[in-house]
Design a protein around this ligand. Sequence first.
Ligand SMILES: NC(=O)c1ccc[n+]([C@@H]2O[C@H](COP(=O)([O-])OP(=O)(O)OC[C@H]3O[C@@H](n4cnc5c(N)ncnc54)[C@H](O)[C@@H]3O)[C@@H](O)[C@H]2O)c1
Length: 317
Amino acid sequence: MTTGSRKVTGFPVPTLPAPPVAVVGLGQLGGSLAAALVAAGREVTGWDVDPAARAAAEARGVRIGRELAGVVVLAVPLPAMSAALDGLTVAPDATVTDLGSVKAPVLAELGAAFGTRYVGGHPMCGTERSGHAATDPALFSGARWALCVEDGTELPRWLRVAEMALDAGAEVVPVTAAEHDSAVAAISHVPHLLAAALAAAAAEAGPLALALAAGSFRDGTRVIGSDPGFVRAMVDGNAAPTTAALARVQEQLARPWADLVADGHAVVTRQQGRRTVRVPLDRAALLALGRAGGAVTRRLAAFVEGWIPETPAPEAA
Ligand SMILES: NC(=O)c1ccc[n+]([C@@H]2O[C@H](COP(=O)([O-])OP(=O)(O)OC[C@H]3O[C@@H](n4cnc5c(N)ncnc54)[C@H](O)[C@@H]3O)[C@@H](O)[C@H]2O)c1
């Protein structure tokens, strides 16, 4: 691994051919990304330690190989991230990104190895299934894809990763790793723990309760059907933000039920419109878009286009 390449400062002209993409880990997320990008006309190389995952990806048009260039995507489980490139060749000017569900620990590891060539990412999609058999080229369609803009991030590299996410059908949300980890603790990691707690408590209630379980139990516990190793890697890797987010849920549960139910209902049923915006390729402006709850949908020459949420004005009486 090397950090020695020169910094990229100029933005790639939109009419230049897009760089190739190399995906390491061809399971649910990586296999789906590789397939989506092949369908979008991108040149994709892939690698996986599992020969069956390699064969499945090859059948979808992915070139299998150990020489990685362009945008290199690490789509392996979090514990495998630091060693995933061992034995593979990464072009010295390649941009390295990942799909890991937690960002600060991966930034610490891959940032140390690749410096500003690393741009952390996390697509907010996926199911409780895993492995190459769960490949779905439509997985990223309409999904939000968090993409980290840290202090030293080289924006031209960020843009190349963003273009790849857009090509896969996603919308890109600019974030910092710390902001990402705190946000996903609230909307993903705590829900996984709550699903486990609901399931365990229902089992304690006895076989009758489990026999009567229907839609609300199924919806509330679906995510804990995921591979337990995947869930543990996520919550352990994001322990402090998850503990803080769990404490907020516990505070909510201590409120009078009528108030709690009304407030929760209002959040989930809130009507929100979207306003199209153009954002300059500038760290502060991109992060402001992400913090406002917006996302990037298109790359233009010197800007990106996206949207921010807007609460519709109340109708006149
Ligand atoms: N599953 C989800 O819902 C979800 C959502 C968003 C992000 N992610 C993240 O995406 C990444 C991949 O998750 P997934 O659900 O696709 O997992 P997965 O288990 O479906 O696939 C992982 C693949 O990586 C391969 N692999 C393992 N070690 C490897 C190595 N050293 N070199 C090459 N290949 C290796 C495995 O053989 C497997 O094919 C994880 O970092 C996870 O945090 C998952």
